[in-house]
Design a protein around this ligand. Structure first.
Ligand code: TXA
Ligand code: MG
Length: 345
């Protein structure tokens, strides 16, 4: 589906640019905005006919609900029914990379929530996103600013690649600090949390605040026919480059040994750590240092996207990350990129 909208790209947004962006949004326009997790494709969350434009621009099924982005956590009660768990989460982690699912209020249109009775709420910490929402005075509904099925966008170049000609404005805010989408949790009546999508607010951090956390099955496993994830978006095939991705699972030395035979092959890429012996191969793509999961998170989507411009690569080998801390989010995104294709070594 080709679209043909004139897209204004703003490389160094000033207060006036943000005022213009807020006006565009107020009138139902589409603005791509930087956040600390990934770039978002924003619309006015209170206009019923704005959300369908987002789905069209992304080529995304319209049953996939959007996150509403607020300037401050205490604004949530205007749009959702809050609870004790929400306030506890807000005081520990907002603004920041955490999304909370709450029962929605009437003012949030069904087009934003895909017809669900709940709404996803997040307070981004990126100064541009924050200031823009403040200037708007209404929440910004935004999915990640990528074409459906592609990895989320973490630089303005990625956004231009996917969204130029499809949105009214793109605001540059530099490379996303975190590089993976926000953690999504659903508070239950007993005050415990279900983790729907792992991110930079880790299970360990949530437990540290006294929460009991259970993982939705879709976080770590392929769902069977007919099974539904609690976050509708988790069912879609995501992040996968054109080449086949195979995740190697085992001791670090064993994974290294399994990669060595593919050294310098032009049809195979090796996703490795900076301190791996294979990192000097001509077909090595470095994810980050082995013990720097934050660095790996920041680089993952850029790396996955880069394979789409290398048609000669038909297979990609990568290490299956462990599930500690933000490792669980890397594990989840890489598992999806690999279509759950794991090889034990
Ligand atoms: O970091 C992020 O969360 C980024 C930035 C832009 O804020 N946004 C993002 O949006 O990743 P998106 O649309 O790509 O992913 C939102 C996820 C989807 O899996 C969707 O199904 C889930 O949130 N979601 C949204 N509303 C929901 C609801 N009411 N109940 C359950 N899941 C919901
Ligand atoms: Mg997305």
């Amino acid at each position: 589906m080709e679209q043909n909208i004139y897209t204004k790209i703003v490389y160094a947004p000033t207060e006036d640019d943000l005022k213009n962006a807020a006006d565009l949004l107020r009138r139902g326009g589409l603005v791509a905005i930087p956040t600390e997790t990934v770039y978002g494709l924003g619309v006015n969350a209170l206009l019923a006919d704005a959300a369908p434009k987002v789905y069209a621009a992304k080529g995304r099924p319209s049953d996939n609900p959007l996150i509403i982005h607020l300037a401050a956590s205490d604004e949530a009660e205007k749009y959702a029914v809050t609870c004790n768990a929400y306030y506890k989460l807000a005081s520990a982690f907002m603004p920041g990379p955490l999304t909370v699912i709450l029962p929605k209020r009437e003012c949030i249109p069904d087009s934003v929530t895909g017809g669900l009775a709940t709404v996803a709420v997040r307070v981004p910490s990126h100064p541009i996103a924050h200031r823009l929402i403040e200037l708007c005075g209404f929440p910004i509904a935004a999915p990640s600013a990528n074409l459906s099925g592609r990895p989320s966008t973490t630089t303005v170049e990625h956004v231009i690649e996917d969204m130029n000609g499809r949105v009214d404005m793109i605001l540059n805010g530099g490379a996303s600090d975190i590089g993976l989408e926000s953690t999504i949790v659903l508070p239950k009546e007993d005050g415990s949390l279900v983790l729907l999508r792992p991110g930079a607010i880790t299970v360990e951090m949530l437990e540290e605040e006294g929460f009991t956390v259970t993982l939705d099955k879709a976080v770590t496993e392929r769902l069977q026919e007919g099974e539904r994830p609690l976050a509708p978006g988790m069912k879609y095939r995501h992040y996968a480059p054109h080449a086949r991705v195979i995740l190697l699972s085992g001791e670090r030395e064993a994974v290294q040994a399994a990669m060595e035979p593919y050294r310098d092959r032009t049809d195979v890429a090796l996703v490795c750590y900076a301190d791996d012996p294979v990192a000097d191969a001509s077909n090595a793509r470095v994810l980050g240092a082995f013990d720097r999961r934050d660095e790996q998170a920041r680089n993952l989507f850029d790396l996955l996207r880069s394979f789409d411009s290398s048609p000669e690569i038909t297979r990609i080998y990568a290490t299956l990350p462990d599930r500690k801390e933000i490792g669980l989010a890397l594990f989840n995104r890489m598992l999806k990129a690999a279509g759950y294709d794991i090889e034990e070594v």
